[in-house]
Design a binder for this molecule. Structure first.
Ligand code: NAD
Length: 349
């Protein structure tokens, strides 16, 4: 039986706890969270309770730790796990700044204690299959990438003041997931440009952004994101894999290659019937089948392999740092109006 602890029994922490409770080979030993509601939660669920996570790690010495704390606590909590040799599943973003992410990555690499970053979409069947098709060359050379993350957030979501201020908007909260998926499927993004708008909701933070991406492979991409649009075009809906949202089968991402094109999550693969076809010839549709697995279950299963040291972390702290840096570069591009080269931006932070 693998013994896990949970740092932070808030919104996503409790989802992790549910997944752990449903797994036959894993037990949740304790939670650490100073909030009174977390003490009640621990009591109601019959797990140990600590206000302080260092005290919990020390007393319980678990096999693994799930870190679902506010972003600024990711670095100290990750370092505390590493000091005790405890593998952790670190919720995204890996840390609140690039410098903090780098420090965590270096500590993990120097100690050999793994950090798995919780970009759960990488464990989703549609994202995995899209990566495979691109990497195996089924699309030919990748030329274009075009994606959308468009949804209509509930009004009371914005009751928390930080969600109305710069930094609390869809670029850093939502787009970071898409950037991670794009890096996973298509490879590194080396330059970005962006516009933002706050016209739909009128808050200080952006509600909408358009982003232009240049991939290291040479492929070019565009992505639009908004928390103020009624639409079915976002991974949350199309994948059927998200925790809190309805499923709306369809596509949110379109990958264009020299020999075929693919839409995700409906996995429609289009290519000419004849190998040397061109725009005068019809394209034929083939739907790629997906395994009937679930991203969060797959993530937990993978974390168990990481804990057992039978698999390297699919998303290391350094990998999470690249996703964070690319997303922050987009925010900087929008703020400054400049094109931002991601490697230079990373080096400067
Ligand atoms: N992967 C996803 O889809 C996803 C979804 C939501 C949130 N997240 C990430 O998960 C993390 C937590 O987000 P959330 O929405 O659950 O936040 P939340 O505010 O609901 O929960 C955070 C919890 O941490 C507790 N906490 C604060 N300081 C603490 C400390 N010093 N020690 C122990 N506990 C402490 C709080 O009391 C709270 O219960 C964030 O990094 C967020 O970006 C990821």
């Amino acid at each position: 039986m693998t013994r896990l602890v949970l740092l932070g029994a808030g919104l996503i922490g409790r989802e992790h706890a549910k997944l752990v409770a449903a797994h036959p080979d894993v037990t949740l030993v304790a939670v650490a969270d100073p909030a009174p509601a977390a003490r009640d939660y621990a009591e109601a669920n019959g797990v140990g309770y600590f206000a302080d996570y260092e005290a919990m790690l020390d007393a319980t010495r678990p096999d693994g730790a799930i870190v679902a704390l506010p972003n600024q606590l990711h670095l100290p909590a990750g370092l505390a796990c590493i000091r005790l040799g405890i593998a952790c599943l670190m919720e995204k973003p890996v840390a609140d700044t690039i410098a903090a992410a780098r420090e965590l990555a270096e500590a993990s690499e120097a100690s050999g204690v793994p950090v798995l970053v919780g970009h759960h979409r990488r464990h989703s069947p549609d994202i995995g299959e899209a990566r495979r098709l691109v990497r195996d060359g089924v699309l030919g050379e990748l030329v274009t990438v075009n994606g959308m993350c468009l949804f209509n957030k509930n009004a009371d979501y914005f009751d928390a003041a930080w969600r109305r201020e710069p930094g609390g908007g869809p670029l850093l909260i939502n787009l970071i997931h898409d950037i991670d998926s794009l890096r996973f499927i298509c490879g590194e993004i080396d330059a970005v440009q962006a516009f933002t708008s706050s016209a739909a909701r009128g808050f200080a933070v952006e509600d909408t952004a358009s982003v232009t991406l240049r991939f290291a492979s040479g492929a070019l991409g565009t992505f639009v994101i908004s928390d103020s649009v009624v639409s079915p075009w976002s991974w949350e809906f199309t994948s059927g894999q998200a925790l809190y949202f309805p499923t709306q089968p369809g596509a949110y991402l379109f990958l264009g290659g020299r020999t075929a094109s693919l839409s995700v999550s409906d996995m429609k693969l289009w290519r000419h019937a004849k190998p040397d076809g061109d725009w005068r010839d019809p394209v034929k549709l083939q739907v790629q089948p997906l395994p009937p697995t679930h991203a969060y279950d797959n993530q937990l299963e993978h974390f168990l392999a990481v804990i057992a040291r039978t698999a390297p972390a699919l998303i290391t702290a350094r990998d999470g740092m690249m996703t964070l840096a690319t997303t922050l570069a987009i925010a900087e591009a929008a703020r400054s109006g400049n094109r931002i080269d991601v490697p230079g931006f990373l080096a400067a932070h």
